[in-house]
Design a protein around this ligand. Sequence first.
Ligand SMILES: [Zn+2]
Length: 178
Amino acid sequence: MSIDFPASFMLIASMNPCPCGYFNHPEKECTCSPVMVQKYLNKISGPLLDRIDLHVEVTPVPFSELSSTKMSENSSDVRERVMKARDIQAKRFEGHEGVYCNAQMGSKLLKEICVISSVGQNLLKTAMDRLNLSARAYDRILKVSRTIADLAGSEEIRPEHLAEAIQYRSLDREGWAG
Ligand SMILES: [Zn+2]
């Protein structure tokens, strides 16, 4: 039998890029063959990857940067920006029961809200073809780009917002393993 429980969760996961762990490492050499890398990545199915909003490649940070005293952005500033974007979304979905943020949009709402210009459409089409993205990934790019636009305080989804969202699909790319 199957049982549904109400759940709203955030999934954060990490993985090595290849069995030896040095694929794309700035200094160390990866000793895996392309077939080995592909086999390793294929352990995670496409439909599962499709459902993860952001794929981010994290390369090692050199010691000089780790120990640098350069100030990075403050967490409270980031929090403020996130709260603002959340407010925009709460207003956007007023009157849509059960929808509070961009991630919860169904396909009908997505079409209504994530309207993009012809320049953006061309960009998206090229990315879909070149990176061989699925329909699910397409919807995800639109939702993520809407959120990026909200964080930037922009009413429209601009091509740069789409470009950033496309970047976050790095694991969908066929060319990952070279
Ligand atoms: Zn390797």
